[in-house]
Design a protein around this ligand. Sequence first.
Ligand SMILES: [Zn+2]
Length: 63
Amino acid sequence: MSENTVKCVKCGVALVLTKTVFQYMGRSFTHDVPTCPKCGAALIDRELAKGKMAEVERQLEDK
Ligand SMILES: [Zn+2]
């Protein structure tokens, strides 16, 4: 197990990468997000969310 393993604050269980679908501006995209196997809480990185949104906005502008 790597040192960067993130644990659920609530359960103390190591989060597992789970494919999660995001929806933004009518587009959907999937990303592996660390999710607690016990309570299902997903840890969505603020930078990741920003990056994905910017990606979608770029795609829309290209059209
Ligand atoms: Zn949990």
